[in-house]
Write a protein that binds this ligand. Structure first.
Ligand code: CDP
Length: 223
């Protein structure tokens, strides 16, 4: 089963994707790490984020097992990732890696911006996770404070709005809800409530995929 989870920054999609993957026993890929990894590759080499050719080369050579999530976190890297993610050739260079991750035996959960629209348009379940920009900024602000890299709330809110604007207006695979994705607004949901909502949708999709005479109970001869 392939589960695509998309949404804007700090919407709760990463936390949800991890929890869904653990619950369903599936592998999980945070595709944002790929774009962050490419941005860091450019910065480490002293190259400009606008250098599309170099970014594409780094993207083509990216090795998932070498990505250090802790080193890629942070507001500045998120902003840099969003800038290089607008290059169509960088996105194209990362497609195969994401698709082969999705196609592993058993399936996978992948979260990002374009998983349901561009990377896995045939995913079994597509969720689009959102929340008000103020609530997302509040969550990101708390994360930064807890992580020891505080920024003031207004700066975080402005960063989130700028990133949303760039991610949804770029021409290459912009952030948008796939027509067959189910929307979950987490503005008033905590992580547990968001997980319950997601699991209910996944359960429903699974039941629809499995014909009635193939459900486990029917197979065991129970009514
Ligand atoms: O965690 P957060 O939502 O702040 O960011 P992220 O998921 O790590 O993504 C960082 C940036 O990478 C985003 O702002 C997007 O521009 C880009 N990205 C993308 O374009 N497509 C994806 N599938 C994932 C991330």
């Amino acid at each position: 089963m392939i589960i695509a989870i998309d949404g804007p920054a700090a919407s709760g999609k990463g936390t949800l994707a991890k929890a869904v993957a653990a619950h369903c026993g599936l592998a999980h890929l945070d595709s944002g790490l790929l774009y962050r990894g490419v941005a860091k590759g450019l910065i480490d080499r002293g190259l400009a984020l606008e250098d599309e050719a170099a970014a594409t080369e780094i993207a083509a050579q990216l090795d998932l097992s070498m990505l250090d999530a802790a080193a890629l976190r942070g507001a500045a890297m998120g902003e840099a990732a969003s800038r290089i993610a607008a290059h169509a050739s960088v996105r194209a260079a990362l497609v195969d890696l994401q698709r082969s991750f999705a196609r592993q035996p058993g399936g996978a959960v992948i979260d990002g911006r374009d998983i349901g629209t561009a990377i896995c348009p045939d995913a079994d379940v597509k969720l689009f996770i959102t929340a008000s920009s103020e609530e997302r900024a509040r969550r990101r602000w708390r994360e930064l404070v807890l992580g020891g890299a505080p920024l003031d709330y207004d700066t975080v809110l402005a960063d989130i709005r700028r990133r949303d604007e760039r991610d949804s207006t770029r021409s290459a695979s912009p952030l948008r809800q796939a027509s067959d994705a189910v929307l979950i607004d987490t503005t008033r949901l905590d992580a547990q409530a968001a997980l319950s909502a997601a699991l209910a949708i996944i359960g429903e999709k699974r039941a629809r995929r499995e014909p009635a005479d193939l459900t486990p109970r029917a197979r065991r001869g129970e009514s």
